[in-house]
Ligand binder design. Structure first.
Ligand SMILES: Nc1nc2c(ncn2[C@@H]2O[C@H](COP(=O)(O)OP(=O)(O)OP(=O)(O)O)[C@@H](O)[C@H]2O)c(=O)[nH]1
Ligand SMILES: [Mg+2]
Length: 330
């Protein structure tokens, strides 16, 4: 089950307590203070991993705690510090600390961010020794580690997102262009979770079918629209099987705009799929009509390798252009 939204409770470790101990020396009833300080509690870190299905592991288990520091010990020994806790998230995860409001976005594989600090250890009685008090009994307790609930949301990061109505052929195109082997089916909503594939080093995301009203929760709902947000560009697939290609196109555009108007600003290539099911005349006429909405219109069929190869060339050029554009801005 694909999960892209959940809440986790994370706790850093508490510091260990300082302790009262006394030095034992031969012939002396009570030596000086020798109680050590407590160890630090472990910190909590977020670590970004590549696996987009990783949040499913937190479906049942939603609370994690770093190790506490050990208390101090005799002979002035400091307690052992608690181990840090690394919590793994997929690249593209946005974490919001509900206590502080701090928002952390994991953008790169291997990125490691401190989420919560462990508590410092308390002081043992040796710490309080002074010229006026040679036998202090005072100690301090370890400090509690930071604790917070985190809202966790995954927004995939991809160079291009394949979008379109159910059955448009999105997964088929992902499979044809990349090494992905996503299930393809002659029925709507075959794909129930986003899939990624690598195309000459660019990441393509197959976004599950959107339908009219998705923004209000129809079909798979707007659940997956969030994953369109951070795609560099859109590959908008419209099947030529349908009667009204323009309406199909407009439906998706209006869902995108209804969810977040900036999605309409993204670069978009329109791809008419399944040219094998329609006549040459209908294809030419449809292309001409669609060019009024977007000049980047291409047509493909899985049954003609040349059409896929042509499109792959166009797409790699576009991806390069969009990436250069983004680099120029940043
Ligand atoms: N005739 C023909 N059928 C195609 C072509 N491309 C895909 N199909 C078929 O169209 C159906 C839907 O394809 P998918 O790739 O599963 O479509 P999708 O957009 O991923 O669908 P959802 O995951 O349900 O949103 C499948 O039966 C495919 O075999 C094509 O070029 N020509
Ligand atoms: Mg699919």
């Amino acid at each position: 089950m694909f999960i892209d939204e959940l809440t986790l409770t994370l706790r850093a470790g508490n510091g260990g307590d300082g302790v009262v101990r006394w030095r034992h020396e031969k012939g002396i009833a009570l030596g000086g203070p020798a109680g050590g300080d407590g160890g630090r509690g472990g910190d909590v870190y977020a670590l970004a991993q590549q696996d987009i299905g990783l949040l499913a592991r937190y479906r049942k288990h939603k609370e994690f705690t770093a190790e506490n520091g050990d208390p101090g010990a005799r002979d002035s020994l400091h307690g052992k510090s608690g181990e840090d806790l690394l919590v793994e998230f997929p690249v593209g995860t946005i974490l919001t600390n509900r206590v502080t409001g701090r928002v952390i976005s994991l953008l790169h594989l291997g990125e490691k961010v401190l989420l919560l600090k462990g508590g410092n250890g308390g002081y043992g009685n040796e710490h309080f020794k002074s010229s006026t008090d040679r036998s202090p009994k005072k100690v301090t307790k370890g400090y509690p580690g930071e604790v917070a609930e985190f809202d966790v949301e995954l927004q995939l990061i991809a160079d291009a997102g394949l979008i379109g109505l159910p059955n448009a052929g999105k997964s088929s195109v992902l499979n044809a262009l990349t090494k992905a082997s996503v299930k393809v089916g002659a029925y709507p909503f075959t794909t129930l979770e986003p899939n990624l594939g690598s195309f000459y080093g660019y990441i393509l995301a197959d976004i599950p079918g959107l339908i009219e009203g998705a923004g209000e929760g129809k079909g798979l709902g707007h659940k997956f629209l969030r994953h369109v947000r951070r795609t560099g560009m859109l590959i908008h697939l419209v099947s030529l099987e349908g009667e009204d290609v323009e309406t199909a196109y407009a439906t998706i555009r209006s869902e995108l705009g209804g969810y977040a108007p900036e999605l309409l600003e993204k670069e978009e290539i329109v791809v008419l799929t399944k040219t094998d099911v329609c006549s040459r005349e209908k294809l030419d006429e449809t292309i001409a009509r669609m060019k009024k909405h977007n000049p980047h219109v291409h047509a493909i069929t899985l049954y003609d390798d040349a059409s896929i190869e042509d499109f792959a060339r166009v797409l790699s050029r576009e991806l390069e252009r969009v990436q250069k554009g983004r680099e120029a801005v940043s």
